[in-house]
Structures are given as C-alpha cells and as structure tokens.
Design a protein. Structure first.
Length: 105
C-alpha cells in the first residue's frame, strides 16, 4: 500500500491505489466495493474538515484528492493507519451506517 503525494505543474494531489489494501476484505465483507469511490466516501465521512478543503477525482481503482500540500499531508496521515487496519475501517463503516451515511461505491 502506498499513498502518493504528487506535484504536477503547481497542482498538488494524493493518490491511493485500491484493490489490494489490507482493509479491503473488511470493506467487501460489509457489502461494499473497495474502490476509489468507497474510499472517497470514507474520507468525507471520517474527516469532513479535511474533505471540505479538497477536490476529488476518484476512479474505480484509485482514490484521488486535489488540494493544498498541507491538507493533503493531513489526509495522508489520517488514511495511513486506516487503510492497513480492517478494524478501523469496520469502526468507521459502522459509525457511518448508524448515522445514515451512504457510500457511493
């Protein structure tokens, strides 16, 4: 698993390739597709203060966020421990579903 930060012509982005993350099995077991759209929704639910500062351009196989270097660094730190922890993802999904949040996966 690699969360990558990019700087291309002054545009800053973060990408996370999905499909082989340690937490993907927990996502699939909960009935969701562990794709970029799911992870985008997870970010929007779990860290709304970070998500509101970013633009997303996710795809089926990749989460992609565009924003300032500082906001992307915050997102990278937040995601780092979650994508490797099925337990953390299950907790976030349970809280999201209890609140009525729907993942767009």
């Amino acid at each position: 698993m690699t969360i990558n930060l990019h700087d291309f012509d002054g545009e800053h982005s973060l990408t996370l390739n999905t499909g082989d993350l340690a937490a993907d099995a927990a996502v699939a077991a909960a009935g969701h597709e562990p794709n970029g759209y799911f992870w985008e929704g997870l970010v929007q639910f779990a860290w709304p203060d970070i998500a509101e500062e970013l633009d997303f351009d996710s795809e089926a196989g990749m989460l992609c966020a565009v924003g300032s270097p500082s906001d992307l660094a915050r997102l990278k730190e937040a995601l780092g421990s979650v994508v490797t922890s099925p337990e953390a993802v299950r907790d976030i999904m349970a809280r999201a579903e209890a609140s009525g949040f729907e993942f767009d996966d």
